[in-house]
Design a protein around this ligand. Structure first.
Ligand code: SF4
Ligand code: SF4
Ligand code: FES
Length: 236
């Protein structure tokens, strides 16, 4: 859902329940705006307000629907009869590793995240993901060592953690995907040619004179260097 959070609320009010307390809030505002409107001081759970940082996970129910749902508070509009709460930090099992030092990251996945193999294909993660990611598919790709596919599938993950909240196998699919993306980047992807070329030039001393000159400059000269540097718009 796309919407701007700067829209002026309409004057009509709707009845909602915020963390169990009845409130009247303007129709057309988001859950986060409704919390501010009703006096909640949000210290945690607010970031970009644009649906990309994943900080504002909520749980909610709407009127006449028994289904307990999750979403992003900055992207979910209030409805009359809605009940919602912010989700506190959900402690996922977070493995610690030095990716570059792992000899076989495909095997290491099962030591670091053994729960990855416990997926029961319930699809709860796919239903909850606000980014529309095939989370279940990404977990299976990771299990089969197809880290490049995990990277493709999960590039837009904002780490909101809503899949963690819902997974009955107690796994954190987002952290497993992060592991797979890192493994892909460190162990599988070749660095772009322009990067390897530049590193070779540096190692061959091609920029040695300029570097030595920069190292000898005082703060004032360096500052002048930065000020006088042509602005990007002036560079042809
Ligand atoms: S994969 Fe999980 S953490 Fe990432 S955006 Fe989807 S629900 Fe959020
Ligand atoms: S919620 Fe967990 S168990 Fe269910 S499909 Fe997703 S990863 Fe598998
Ligand atoms: S505040 Fe960043 S996604 Fe909602």
């Amino acid at each position: 859902m796309s919407q701007t959070t700067t829209e002026k609320p309409t004057t009509s009010l709707v009845s909602v329940e915020i963390m169990g307390k009845p409130q009247r809030v303007p129709h057309g505002i988001t859950v986060l705006q409704a919390m501010w409107y009703s006096g909640h001081e949000l210290i945690r759970g607010v970031g970009c307000l644009g649906g990309t940082c994943g900080a504002c996970g909520i749980v909610y129910r709407t009127k006449d629907n028994f289904e307990l749902r999750n979403g992003l508070g900055c992207q979910t509009l209030v409805q009359d009869g809605m009940s919602f709460s912010m989700i506190p930090h959900f402690a996922p099992a977070r493995a610690s590793y030095q990716m570059a030092e792992l000899a076989d990251p495909k095997e290491a996945l099962f030591e670091l995240y053994p729960e990855a193999a416990r997926c029961v294909n319930c699809n709860a993660c796919n239903r909850v993901c606000p980014q529309g990611i095939d989370v279940r598919g990404s977990v299976w790709c990771a299990v089969f060592g197809n880290f490049d596919q995990v990277a493709e599938l999960t590039m837009s993950c904002n780490s909101c953690g809503l899949c963690v909240v819902r997974c009955p196998a107690d796994m954190a699919p987002n952290l497993i995907a992060l592991y797979a993306r890192r493994a892909h980047g460190v162990h599988e992807l070749k660095p772009p040619k322009r990067v390897t070329d530049r590193i070779a030039e540096i190692n061959a001393g091609s920029y040695g004179t300029e570097w030595t000159k920069l190292q000898k400059m005082g703060d004032q000269e360096l500052a002048k260097y930065c000020t006088d540097y042509p602005k990007p718009s002036a560079v042809k």
